[in-house]
Design a protein around this ligand. Structure first.
Ligand SMILES: Nc1nc2c(c(=O)[nH]1)N[C@H]1C(S)=C(S)[C@@H](COP(=O)(O)OP(=O)(O)OC[C@H]3O[C@@H](n4cnc5c(=O)[nH]c(N)nc54)[C@H](O)[C@@H]3O)O[C@H]1N2
Ligand SMILES: Nc1nc2c(c(=O)[nH]1)N[C@H]1C(S)=C(S)[C@@H](COP(=O)(O)OP(=O)(O)OC[C@H]3O[C@@H](n4cnc5c(=O)[nH]c(N)nc54)[C@H](O)[C@@H]3O)O[C@H]1N2
Ligand code: SF4
Ligand SMILES: [Mo]
Length: 684
């Protein structure tokens, strides 16, 4: 008899409830759970592909050791003993010569999140890098400065708003980010049914733009000018819901903005001023929310963008109000558990980047490995990350990795990054572990508490990620790690959380406990800033904005590169899924017909795309969906490198856009500036 197991899909931030039908140890089907109060039955193709990940013969089950280009299966005991000894020898020579890179799946595994610190502590390293600095770090810097805590993420109250503006995000493909919003399409249908409006501002007419009431093209990496113009327009209006007394400094910001002409801002970003004025009217009327994501964060002005986005919500009276810009109140309050975050505790050795939340920019990892001297990285631990494909100038990083004395990857595949490692340590299968959306549930469109026990029994002889992290930590330090297992820790966190739940209570509701829409009118009590006020005129941001000049765009300018996500990918880590890889080639460069014609490029032609960092060849997809002057290439492709053992991915490897991205960063956050890179395209 088959049994039905409730589970939360951990692949993306949406955290959909799924029902996994199991017979013996065989998965029969994976479907959406209609009783999950947040996802309401929604599932995407990746949810079903969890089965591919679980059953993939290429997924590693035993530790591997590389000798030259040969790979040997070894035991965990041997791996820990050898890595411990080698790391201690490297640390004895130079205590600053080890590093960690923490990848995206760590945000989707509470066991990893609660245990990564043990490895970092054993290494005693300041060289911490992560996917955060190719992603959301600007939002976190803005959070820290505005609310007093880097993890205090505001979200749009989508289920109760009347105007939702999405800037540089594509939830129809990504299923939302820094905003746990499964079933986005249905939520937008509801918005329109109650007379609301969805506006998308993006250099590509995206899948989300196609379901919107209005789509406005914006020139890549000019968002700061759109935001300045919109904030100015708002400051000239009286919002229907007044700005609260605990907000200070808006006038100072207004004074700073006087030097920027609205017409010039509009011309720089490519959005007519009349459209900006129209948006200002809707925001002043409310309820409304402006949400910005990836496209606004991976820019040289990423942090200014994140700051201005919140200021627009604040100045229009939307902060902490129904249908506006709100904070979740999750069952485990990560804001109470995590430190607020700090900036500039140390500076990086080669380029003097300041540390942000204890990390250096991922874009600076290669130079820290390449540059000789005291503190040069000699040993690198990559925990669930694929930085060769996901961080700027990946081919440079790949070369640097080969010069390491010791590289260890904790990963489920021998892929473009882990193939450089001396040891690959694989964790248990994705359905063999439990799940709690520790970092994602705080940002949910509707608050729920839901826990998934392991769906399948753990394969004999395997370890969970958290056990591997502890195994490495104790092998390196020589001390056993003494701490409660993740499950017990979670129970403690729930008990001390805002609802005082026990893990047992949460487990008793397999589809989740509904805790209602995001609460409002919680501020200033929940602010973490010492003053319990929201001080808008953040000196460092003011200085930075004050120094900017509005660019005058020229017709003769070349092409600008942006990124793209497809519903059937998740960065690089589902590349070997039999189900997802099916269909047309998705690793293409999209370009506007006028740009293609000018260069003699036909749809489907193989083209070369060149930046100052390098060149890649791929096919052109000529489409009116692109803004003229802009081209789009997805990331997470480029699997055909020596040592990769992923048969399905190698059948459709694509090329890595990060071979042509640059090591430049947003100075305020260290985040990679991936949007708006100058490129040229020609027939190959
Ligand atoms: N040009 C460009 N670059 C980008 C982006 C972009 O939009 N454009 N997006 C950026 C973003 S937002 C992110 S988050 C980063 C992602 O950057 P990374 O996290 O470095 O890359 P992923 O491709 O997510 O790689 C995840 C790795 O974890 C492994 N893995 C999967 N599940 C598990 C698990 O349960 N345990 C362990 N131990 N390993 C596991 C996978 O095999 C894979 O090797 O990429 C960034 N890079
Ligand atoms: N299917 C799928 N889902 C995913 C992932 C995936 O790889 N595949 N990755 C997950 C991860 S790690 C993350 S962080 C989230 C990201 O979630 P989103 O932020 O929603 O993801 P993107 O699709 O990268 O959306 C960024 C949008 O910004 C636009 N853009 C690019 N440059 C600019 C610019 O300069 N200005 C403006 N205004 N827009 C710009 C792009 O055209 C794109 O539509 O998605 C998550 N979900
Ligand atoms: S939207 Fe995300 S969480 Fe939901 S099924 Fe798809 S991958 Fe899983
Ligand atoms: Mo991400």
């Amino acid at each position: 008899m088959p049994t039905i197991h409730h589970r939360t899909c951990h692949i993306c931030e949406a955290n959909c409830g799924v029902l996994v039908e199991v017979e013996g140890d065989r998965i029969v089907s994976i479907k959406g759970d209609p009783d999950n109060p947040l996802s309401r039955g929604h599932i995407c193709p990746k949810g079903t592909a969890l089965q591919d990940l679980q059953e993939d013969p290429d997924r590693l089950r035993k530790p591997l050791k590389r000798i030259g280009s040969d790979w040997h299966e070894i035991s965990f005991e041997q791996a820990f003993a050898e890595i411990g000894e080698k790391t201690r020898a490297i640390l004895a020579r130079d205590p600053d010569s080890t590093a960690v890179y923490v990848g995206n799946p760590n945000a989707h595994s509470y066991g990893n999140a609660l245990n990564i610190g043990f490895l970092e502590k054993a290494l005693r390293t300041r060289n911490k890098f992560s996917a955060s600095t190719v992603d959301q770090m600007p939002h976190q810097v803005a959070n820290l400065r505005l609310w007093g805590h880097a993890s205090m993420f505001p979200i749009p109250d989508a289920d109760r708003t009347q105007t939702l503006v999405i800037l540089g995000g594509n939830p129809m493909a990504s299923n939302g980010s820094l905003w746990t919003v499964p079933d986005f399409r249905a939520r937008m249908k509801d918005l329109r049914a109650r007379g609301g409006e969805l506006v998308v501002i993006d250099p590509r007419r995206t899948e989300t733009a196609k379901i919107a009431d209005r789509h406005l093209f914006i020139r890549p990496a000019t968002d700061v000018w759109f935001l300045v113009a919109l904030l100015k327009a708002l400051m000239a209006r009286k919002p229907h819901r007044p700005v609260q007394d605990f907000v200070t400094g808006l006038d100072e910001v207004g004074a700073l903005l006087e030097r920027f002409g609205s017409e010039a801002c509009a011309a720089a970003c490519g959005i007519p001023l009349a459209e900006i004025e129209r948006l200002a009217d809707r925001f002043a009327a409310g309820p409304a929310a402006l949400y910005g994501r990836m496209g606004t964060a991976t820019q040289a002005h990423g942090t200014l963008n994140a700051w201005l986005i919140s200021l627009i919500n604040i100045a229009s009276g939307q902060l902490d109000r129904e249908g506006g810009w709100v904070f979740g109140r999750p069952a485990v309050d990560t804001v109470s558990v995590l430190p607020p975050g700090s900036i500039g505790k140390y500076t990086s050795r080669v380029s003097g980047h300041r540390s942000v939340l204890g990390e250096f920019p991922a874009a600076a990892m290669a130079e820290e490995i390449e540059t000789p001297g005291e503190g040069q990285i000699k040993a690198l631990f990559v925990v669930a990350g694929n930085p060769v494909l996901s961080t700027p100038n990946g081919s440079r990083l790949a070369k640097a990795l080969d010069s390491l004395e010791l590289m260890v990857s904790i990963d489920i595949y021998r892929n473009t990054t882990s193939a450089h490692a001396h040891y690959i340590l694989p964790p248990s299968g994705p359905l063999e572990r439990d799940h709690y959306g520790l970092f994602l549930l705080p940002m949910a469109a509707r608050t729920i508490a839901v826990y998934s026990p392991p769906t399948l029994p753990q394969t004999e002889g395997t370890l969970h990620d958290w056990e591997i992290l502890r195994g490495l930590a104790s092998a390196i330090s020589g001390e056993p790690v003494q701490a409660p297992a993740p499950r017990e820790a979670l129970d403690g966190l729930l008990r001390t959380g805002p609802y005082g739940l026990t893990l047992q209570q949460v487990e008793d509701a397999p589809s989740g406990i509904d805790l209602g829409p995001p609460p409002t009118e919680q501020l200033p009590a929940r602010l973490r800033s010492a003053s319990k006020s929201v001080a808008c005129a953040i000196p460092e941001f003011m200085l930075c904005l004050g120094e900017l000049e509005i660019p005058v765009s020229e017709v003769s300018e070349g092409l600008k590169l942006i990124g793209r996500r497809h519903l059937r990918t998740n960065n690089s880590w589902l590349a070997n899924s039999r189900r997802l890889i099916k269909g047309p080639d998705r690793c293409t460069v999209m370009m506007h017909p006028a740009d293609a014609e000018q260069r003699g490029i036909a749809d489907g032609a193989t083209v070369k795309v060149r930046s100052s960092a390098g060149e890649i060849s791929l096919s052109a997809e000529v489409t009116e969906d692109m803004m003229p002057g802009t081209v789009s290439i997805p990331h997470g492709w480029g699997h055909a490198l020596p040592g990769v053992a992923m048969a399905n991915a190698l059948g459709k490897p694509g090329v890595s856009v990060n071979d042509i991205t640059l090591n430049e960063v947003d100075p305020l956050s260290g985040n990679a500036a991936l949007s708006g890179i100058a490129v040229e395209v020609e027939v190959a």
